[in-house]
Design a protein around this ligand. Structure first.
Ligand SMILES: [Fe+2]
Ligand SMILES: [Fe+2]
Length: 218
């Protein structure tokens, strides 16, 4: 059984894609296409907008985990981990909102649909076992993109408090990326899980590459 130790340097992201798949480390995949410098420049030039968008993404992540429980109440094996994930995302929501408050920022009165999530959602297969698998794997991929981008924030932002916050955050999101694949492996054969994970991961990078760059998480 693979094990995950996110505290080790060996488990940093941006290793070759297949390295972890065939070793006793984490289960998730890194993004196929890395985030561009243009995205880093965009969020640094308007960090307030990034924070506001990121805050809402944490709320949605918590809601997504709770939504999975509501949608699949018979999947009792993964409900405790989904609850834990929902709580951790809610804590992120609270913490990012705290950073917003320190800067005098408010939550938006109207939240527009996230074009990345909307496009990625259209790649999911129909209502069935396959959709359940796709939702778990999509969640892992979204977590891993967040992980990658939060690491970039932590390495590029000048403010020491923000650096520290995002460094802590990306390790948690990496853990979530791992957990969702582990959930999938409870119910589906490994080959099926990784074939689909690689397909969806490629689709995710195509979506990221096609979207305009803005000061937002996606
Ligand atoms: Fe989060
Ligand atoms: Fe997460």
């Amino acid at each position: 059984m693979r094990q995950c130790d996110l505290k080790t340097e060996a488990n940093r992201i941006f290793v070759p894609r297949y390295y972890y798949k065939n070793t006793a480390m984490r289960l998730s995949l890194d993004p196929v296409v890395p985030t561009s410098q243009e995205w880093v420049d965009a969020i640094l030039s308007d960090f307030d907008s990034f924070l506001i968008d990121h805050c809402d993404c944490e709320r949605k992540a918590s809601g997504m985990a709770m939504g999975m429980i509501a949608k699949y109440p018979n999947r009792t094996e993964i409900i405790p981990e989904l609850m834990e994930t929902a709580i951790e995302e809610l804590e992120h929501y609270r913490d990012v909102y705290g950073l917003m408050q320190e800067r005098g920022l408010q939550l938006p009165l109207k939240v527009e649909p996230d074009p990345y999530i909307k496009a990625f959602h259209s790649a999911l297969r129909g209502p069935s076992e396959l959709r359940f698998l796709d939702r778990l794997l999509q969640s892992s991929i979204i977590e891993m993109r967040g992980c990658e981008r939060f690491r970039l924030v932590s390495e590029n932002v000048a403010d020491a408090q923000i650096q520290k916050f995002y460094k802590q955050l990306w390790t948690t999101e990496a853990k979530h990326g791992h957990i969702f694949v582990r959930m999938a492996l409870r119910y589906f054969p490994e080959d099926e899980v990784y074939d689909r994970l690689e397909t969806l991961n490629t689709i995710e990078s195509e979506i990221v590459s096609s979207l305009p760059i803005r000061s937002a998480l996606h």
